[in-house]
Write a protein that binds this ligand. Sequence first.
Ligand SMILES: [Zn+2]
Length: 529
Amino acid sequence: MRHALATLGVAISLAAAFPAGQQRHDLIIKNGRVLDGTGTPWFRADIAIRGDAIVKIARAIDEPAIRIADAAGAIVAPGFIDTHTHARRGLTQTPTAANYVRQGVTTVIEGPDGSSPVPLGPFLAELDALQKSVNIGAFIGQGSIRSEVVGSANRAATPDEITRMEALVEQGMRDGALGLSTGLFYVPGTFTPTSEVIALAKIAGRYGGIHTSHQRDDASKLLDSVRETIAIGESGGLPTQITHHKVIGKANWGRSADALRLVDEARARGVDVTSDQYPYTASSTSISSALLPAWALEGGRQAQQARFKDPVTRERVLTDIVAMIRDERGGGDPKNVQFANCGFDPALNGRTLADATKQRGFEPTLSRAAETVLWIVEQGGCQGIFHAMSEDDVMRIMQHPATMIASDGEVPLFGRGNPHPRSYGTFARVLGVYVREKKTLTLEDAVRRMTSFPAARIGVQDRGILRPGMKADVVIFDPGRVRDLATFESPHQYAEGFSHVLVNGIVVFEKGEMTPARPGRVIYGPGRK
Ligand SMILES: [Zn+2]
């Protein structure tokens, strides 16, 4: 098959062999096992592409084409759509987004976790002007809007502030947001009452958007958080999504069964609730968000530093950090906290909280580790990786029919820091580990969760399914060889098994290399005016 696939990229002009007047296709992908994205079993067919669209899918297409690709033996599927990414910073530096393209992703969605540029319009215009390999869309972030209007104060917004925030959501939706994202786990989202989120969600819903939430608590209060995410959809009158659905902390392992039961009950009474997930047992965010209590972070950096200097308050903070290492993101042991990126000391990247505590001359007990955490935050903080989930929960959430795949990754600078491997591996890992090895999902179902399902979720009607008239975002991969290589120890490794990736009808990856083409577009939401 490797040999056969090599013919893609060879320009074969067949025009002369066909009657005049018959329009040439730009590309025909021949003999592939077509997995159309709907969940239907693969079927053998040829696919003809003209311009940026699929024009024909048939058992055999013997028509003139500028290029022929023989995909014999390979799977031909729609490009993958990742509804939770932090691509915006990295995409400017690395507009190929090679870490995503090489695992089949052709569309990345930004603005998750309540965090987006405000207003969104100029940002989308910038993305539109950027020459990039992938398509990109964005949510408008509730946390960012609240920062603008309320700051990082721990209080409910006033009616006047709510009116101003509603106007910013409305503007975001008119600028082209796909919906409203919340990060009720983070400051300042965590200070937001549910009713305030619902008020803003209603605006997003009116413009056809969805709500997606990094929930308030994925650990001991997981079920309350799921109820809240459901309530925001139910009372806000819009589709709602538990993003990176997970169960943090050993004491809570197994509760995915209860969380999914809540999802099923809500869906049974007509609430449009879904989840997305990345296939790893570790999460990643900043050390301060993960291991410090929200009350200690209120009011910005100066207020935090004053708090840490007060001996009584400092003790309270340390007590809470101990509990968070023991019961929540710390995974019960300083060894389970790993540093992804430390601006103040890059030598810590990849090391653990236990290592850092020893380096400071202490045994890595919980209380010594808590002191190290606070010291790190005082130095400026780090991004961390938190090994605190169970494989059983990951698999149970994955198998739920209303769960799609999303990376929560970024576009890393290749080789820099020690980022979570999800940025390089998410989609290939599902196909290699959870389809081929563990048989958690069928290939057809896994691809559905990467294509038609996310497309429908964010209201994108012309991508996510291979069908005439749809945009030609197409991936070709070997189902026997596809796999992720990125690990927690060595994350900067591209996925394997993809031979070709097309975005808007243009080949962006082939023969193991990114091409110079930059055909990516901005994906606008349904409310754009
Ligand atoms: Zn998140």
